[in-house]
Design a protein around this ligand. Structure first.
Ligand SMILES: Cc1ncc(COP(=O)(O)O)c(C=O)c1O
Length: 250
């Protein structure tokens, strides 16, 4: 039974490899996104505050929505007065290739965006940005003990300077293509690779017992974890823990 959190409703995941509605893209008509309207009508008071999503689901197993997903989803939630909060903690700063932010690939503009991780190359920094209208609506007093820490802010400055100089989005696209091509080759050779997905240098491999049944196979994991010595950052993820997430340095 999934965890229920008061006030939070979970939309269907745009998980094409294991479509929650049992449909096939593109004949599905992106029902997973269309369903957000039913979700609002049937499980909320009709006035949701926000829709929060990652452009590519990180811990969820690098689930990469179809190209139409965000335009439909955000169109619906705006109709009901909600804002779009985009979590760029994993997808931000060039990771997905060619763009600085993951959501730029989907052609929608969030009202609020959150960042962390690569923004300061490992220093503890989190950042939230918002449109002027949303930011000005927040009038309460607030503070953060470590907010604006000078050392962390210096790390942000230098990290962003290096990323701009080295054109990280472009590098991530180029290296990401190499990685993806190699993973697609592996998929041809090994039947236990059910799916390869992601963008740029954010690529996931989903392991299965059998391509037809798609039975998840977390057992494959230990073989890959030894590759840490190759300096390839990988993490286990996905609904069944059967997805290796590869996100090497850009
Ligand atoms: C997509 C995503 N959002 C938010 C967070 C939380 O970020 P933080 O640990 O900086 O609060 C994480 C952490 O891994 C994450 O992967």
């Amino acid at each position: 039974m999934p965890t229920q959190i008061a006030g939070i409703k979970h939309a269907l995941s745009p998980y094409c490899y294991r479509c929650p509605l049992g449909l096939e893209y593109p004949d599905c008509g992106i029902r997973c996104a269309q369903d957000i309207e039913d979700l609002i009508k049937t499980t909320t008071n009709g006035r949701p505050a926000a829709f929060m999503a990652e452009p590519i689901q990180g811990a969820g197993g690098f689930i990469t929505p179809p190209k139409e997903y965000f335009e439909i989803a955000v169109g619906i939630i705006r109709k009901y007065g909600a804002v779009f909060i985009c979590d760029e903690v994993q997808t931000g700063w060039g990771r997905t290739g060619d763009k600085w932010c993951g959501i730029e690939h989907w052609g929608v503009e969030p009202e609020i965006m959150t960042f962390a991780k690569s923004i300061a190359n490992g220093f503890p920094v989190g950042a939230t940005i918002a449109t002027e209208q949303v930011a000005n609506a927040f009038t309460g007093l607030s503070l953060s003990t470590f907010g604006g820490n000078p050392i962390s802010m210096a790390a942000v400055d230098v990290t962003l300077e290096v990323m701009q100089r080295e054109n990280t989005p472009k590098r991530a696209a180029e290296r990401g293509k190499q990685l993806r091509d190699a993973l697609e080759e592996l998929k041809k050779r090994f039947a236990f690779i059910g799916d390869v997905r992601g963008m740029g240098l954010m690529q996931g491999i989903e392991f299965v017992e059998d391509r037809k049944t798609k039975e998840p196979s977390p057992r494959r994991r230990p073989r890959f974890s030894r590759r840490r010595s190759d300096r390839v950052a990988d993490r286990q993820g996905g609904l069944y823990g059967n997805v290796i997430r590869i996100a090497p340095s850009c």
